[in-house]
Design a protein around this ligand. Sequence first.
Ligand SMILES: CC(=O)SCCNC(=O)CCNC(=O)[C@H](O)C(C)(C)COP(=O)(O)OP(=O)(O)OC[C@H]1O[C@@H](n2cnc3c(N)ncnc32)[C@H](O)[C@@H]1OP(=O)(O)O
Ligand SMILES: CC(C)C(=O)C(=O)O
Ligand SMILES: [Mg+2]
Length: 504
Amino acid sequence: MSEKLFIFDTTLRDGEQVPGCQLNTIEKIEVARALEELGVDILEAGFPISSPGDFNSVREISKAVSNPTICALTRAVQKDIDVAADALALAKHKRIHTGIGVSHSHIYDKLKSTPEEIIERAVAAVKHAKKYVEDVEFYAEDAGRADNEYLARVIEAVIKAGATVVNIPDTTGYCLPQEYGRKIKYLMENVGNIHKAIISTHCHNDLGMATANTLEAVINGARQAEVTINGIGERAGNTSLEEVVMALRCHKHLNVDTSINSKLLTSTSRMVASMMNMPVQANKAIVGRNAFAHSSGIHQDGVLKSRESYEIINPVDVGLDESVIALTARSGRAALNHRLELLGFKLEQKELDEVYAKFLELADKKKDVRDDDLLYLVGAATGEKVGKRIKLKYLQILTGTLIPTATVIVKIGDSERTATCTGNGPVDAAVKAIKTLINETVQITEFLIQAMNKGSDDVGRVHVQVKCGSMLVHGFSANTDVVKAAVEAFVDGLNLLNVTEKTE
Ligand SMILES: CC(=O)SCCNC(=O)CCNC(=O)[C@H](O)C(C)(C)COP(=O)(O)OP(=O)(O)OC[C@H]1O[C@@H](n2cnc3c(N)ncnc32)[C@H](O)[C@@H]1OP(=O)(O)O
Ligand SMILES: CC(C)C(=O)C(=O)O
Ligand SMILES: [Mg+2]
C-alpha cells in the first residue's frame, strides 16, 4: 500500500498572482469546484487581507466547496491572521497558512530584521493562528536559499508552537534537485519534533526544476506538495500538479501516491487555461497539445505497433480519447496507411506508395496534412484503380467574356465519348455536356464548394447531391481547380447511380 502525498493546490492563490490571471469570485468558485472534483486535498483559496474581493472569494469558496481543506494565506502579522480566520469561518475544514522569510536576503534586506527576531515573529504568528484553527501551516519563505541549520531551528520552534504542516518553499526556484532533497533530509534528521508535522514542498520553476525538486523532496520524506494546474504561478510558475501526480503514477516503486482522479487532468487544465487566459504551451508535459501527439514516421510506426514504444502514459489515464498521429512530411507509410484505414480506405502496397509520394509533395508545402487533404490525395492517386465505371478523361473549358463552353471526354465502361455544350457558367456547361452522354435523366439537387484551408492556391472541396428518379446520391471531389472538382464530383455521383451510356 502506497503512502499518501497530500496535494495542496495553490492555483487560486500563487497561480492567481500571475498578471492577467485574476479571477472574480464566481470564476474562482467554478475553478474551486473543478479542483474539488479532481480530488485535491487542500485548496489555497487566496490571501484574504490583500483585498475585499479576495476576502470575499475565500469566504464564498469556503461555503461552496466541502471536501478539501480550505486554506488562506497570511504574513506573520496578527491582522492578516484575524482577517484570514474571518474569511474561513464557514469552511468545513480550514487551515491558516502563515509564515515569514528565513534566508539572509529576506531577513536582513526585506524584513530589516534579525534571525532571532524572525523566530519570535514566526512562533507568535503560529500561536495566534492556533487560537482560530487547529490546522496551521507555517511557510519558511525562501527556505531554498536559507542556511539549513538556521532553518531547522525555525522549523523546530514553529512545530513546538503548534504548526501541523511545515512548508519549505524554494521561493526563488534556486535549488537543484539534490540540494533541495538534501534540505528535506536534513530537516527530517535534525528537527527533533519533525514527526509531529507534515513537511510540504513549494517549488518555483525559475530554472525549470520545480517538478524535479518536488519529487526529490518527496523521495526524502515530504508528504505534501504545493502545486498549481498547468504550473502557473509567480514568474516562471510553480510545480505543476499534473506532472507530480503522473510522475508518481509512472514510478510506482516510489510507493507514494495521491488521491487525484487523473482522468480529469486534461479537462481541468483546459478550464484553467481558458478562464485565466493563460494558454498551455503545446509541448507542456501531460496537458500540452502535443503531449500525446506523434509526428515522425519512426515514432508513429512504433506507437501503431505498440503504444508503449513511445508513450509512458496512456492518454486515456489523463482524460484523452487516444494518442494523436499527426501527418507531416516526417511521417512514413505506416502512419499514412493508419489514417487512411480510419477513413475507410484499404490500399494495396502499390497504391499506398503512389499516395505516399503525393502525400510527401503536399506535406512539404502544407506542414500539417488533414483528412480532407487525404481524401483528395486518394482520389487523385487511385482514381484510375478503384474500379469506377465512369471516368472524366478530358475537360476543356472556355470561359470569361464569351459564352461558357465545355468539351468533355468521358469513359463509360469500355467506350470513350465526346460532347460539347454551352451553359450559364463553366460547371453548368460541363454538366450539360456529360448529361448528353447518358441514358438516364439526372438532376443536381445540391451543390457545395468549400475551400479546405485558406489562400487562392487552396484545394477546393465539392459535394453534389445527384437525383435520378427516387435515388439520391452524394458525389465528392477535391482539386485546386474548382471547376474540375465540380465536374468530377458530378461524375462520382453518376458512378454511384450506375447510369448507362446513351446509344447513338
Ligand atoms: C512568496 C509569496 O508568494 S508571498 C505572497 C504574495 N502575495 C501577496 O503579496 C498578496 C497581495 N499583497 C497585498 O495585497 C499587499 O502586499 C499586503 C496587503 C499583503 C500588504 O500591503 P502593504 O501593507 O501596503 O505592504 P507592502 O505590500 O507595500 O509591503 C509588504 C510589507 O509586508 C512585510 N512582509 C512581507 N512578508 C512578510 C511576512 N511573511 N510576514 C510579515 N511581514 C511581511 C514587508 O516587509 C513589508 O513591510 P514594510 O512595509 O514594513 O517594509
Ligand atoms: C507564500 C509562500 C508559500 C510562497 O508562495 C513562496 O514562498 O513561494
Ligand atoms: Mg510561491
